[in-house]
Design a protein around this ligand. Structure first.
Ligand SMILES: NC(=O)c1ccc[n+]([C@@H]2O[C@H](COP(=O)([O-])OP(=O)(O)OC[C@H]3O[C@@H](n4cnc5c(N)ncnc54)[C@H](O)[C@@H]3O)[C@@H](O)[C@H]2O)c1
Length: 415
């Protein structure tokens, strides 16, 4: 990548697009990126987002027109998950480099289509797996690369979403498999990618369970959305988006255009995704993994342990807790017949404890070193997404699913 400022198009101007890839990108990387287009099917949201981002770039509501008129070099895709493939392929065909939000896509068919387009056009796709860039994840990766616990044989990985963050997925489009591929794809793509990256191996097979136990049809009452609901006094999940200026700007008035409410009822009876999930994975290098995702906890964070022939690496990572927590992470490095080392990693400021800034540096500052292999391309996007698709298929079919059964990779790429 050269040293000049890149002509960037932002597609999808919701919270992620307007924030991480809009306002924050211009705040820190203005010398590297200028917006030449802001694109969203909802013109009003695009217009509000453009004001928040602080750009005069023209607004488009159609990707084809945007590509033809604005001629961007880089297209950043921040739309609903199931629409990523269409936009990625069009951008690649137009000769652009693509930065796409995770999950890269939602089905094996779409995955294959994206990889084929990348091969055909020779253009590059980056998938924004920002968790790889969190300082604690980087330190763990370093320990694994140094073989600090011998050969890793199994992993315990449990992720907890709290009643704020977890609930948010059930208020909106994520709550339907056709939009998000379920949370096994939408959310777990981060976690499966971390596993794939940490273990430097390929998941071969997944066996999973998933149930809906708290949201959706489990609710004691329901409405259309919080703003018009009759149960605001009795509902623990009541949300008034007007109290949050950022959400209010991006979602309140723009909802008049497309009926997309940010505060949809999380007890809608047609919600069709699990909220309580477990999975077991088997890797090519012999590692076996026990994973879970829960979405209505009093805590936010994860518990991760690598079990090896010579010891164990363990971390309880706190994001938001119901109790006092330190402002650092502590990795426990335990040797089977040796001492315990406590490795403290400070919480840096910024999204994902500083990980989001490092990711933007990697993508927009040429020459940023990558000794840990944190930068993730389309194949990483595919493999983590396919783990989620296999988990969902396993839930539905009640049997272990081999990733190669899904047919999500082009001919010539073997699992
Ligand atoms: N990496 C992370 O930590 C992280 C965090 C949040 C969201 N995300 C990802 O970012 C993406 C956006 O999330 P969000 O919460 O901002 O969603 P959102 O629903 O708030 O915003 C998506 C926007 O895309 C627009 N859109 C939908 N289809 C479109 C199309 N075909 N063409 C143009 N615009 C279209 C919608 O009108 C909306 O404004 C998702 O893929 C999500 O998974 C990633």
């Amino acid at each position: 990548m050269s040293d000049e400022r890149h002509r960037v198009a932002l597609v999808g101007t919701g919270h992620r697009g307007a924030g991480m890839w809009g306002k924050e990108l211009l705040a820190g990387w203005r010398d590297r990126a200028e917006f030449v287009a802001v694109c969203d099917v909802n013109e009003l949201r695009a217009s509000h987002a453009r004001a928040e981002v602080g750009t005069n770039a023209p607004i488009f509501t159609d990707v084809d027109t945007m590509l033809a008129v604005a001629k961007p070099e880089i297209v950043i895709v921040c739309t609903r998950d199931d629409t990523h493939d269409e936009i990625i392929v069009k951008a690649l065909e137009a000769g652009c480099r693509v930065i796409t939000e995770k999950p890269m896509t939602t089905t094996p068919e779409k995955c294959r289509r994206i990889l084929e387009a990348e091969i055909r056009t020779g253009r590059q796709i980056d998938v924004t797996f920002n968790y790889r860039f969190a300082p604690t994840a980087a330190r763990i990766k370093q320990l694994l690369m140094e073989n600090a616990i011998g050969t890793v044989t199994s992993v315990d990985f449990h992720w907890y979403l709290d009643t704020k963050h977890g609930a948010d997925y059930f208020r909106r489009w994520h709550a339907y498999e056709k939009n998000s591929g379920s949370l096994f794809v939408h959310k777990s793509t981060h976690h499966f990618d971390l596993l794939n990256w940490y273990l430097d191996s390929t998941a071969l097979e997944v066996s999973a369970f998933g149930t809906q136990r708290n949201y959706g049809r489990n609710g004691p009452f329901r409405g259309e959305r919080c703003m018009t609901c009759a149960h605001t006094q009795e509902c623990d999940f009541y949300l008034d988006i007007r109290k949050d200026p950022w959400l209010n700007t991006l979602y309140d008035e723009p909802a008049e255009v497309d009926g997309y409410f940010r505060d949809g009822c999380l007890y809608r009876e047609d919600i069709d995704i699990p909220d309580t999930m477990t999975a077991m994975l088997r890797y090519e290098n012999g590692v076996i993994v026990s994973y879970s995702l829960n979405t209505y906890m009093p805590i936010e964070g994860h518990h991760l342990a690598f079990n090896g022939t010579k010891g164990r690496i363990e971390i309880r990572q706190y994001e938001r807790q119901a109790f006092e927590t330190p402002d650092y992470d502590e990795i426990l490095l335990m040797k089977n017949f040796g001492k315990v080392e406590r490795i403290r990693v400070p919480h840096y400021s910024g999204g994902h404890f500083g990980g989001d800034d490092r990711l933007r540096d990697m993508l927009f500052r040429p020459g940023t070193p990558d000794p840990l292999g944190q930068r993730a391309g389309a194949l990483a996007g595919a493999m983590s997404m396919l783990c989620g698709a296999a988990a969902l298929a396993s839930v539905k079919q009640g049997r272990p699913i081999k990733l190669k059964e899904l047919g999500g990779l082009p001919d010539g790429i073997q699992i």
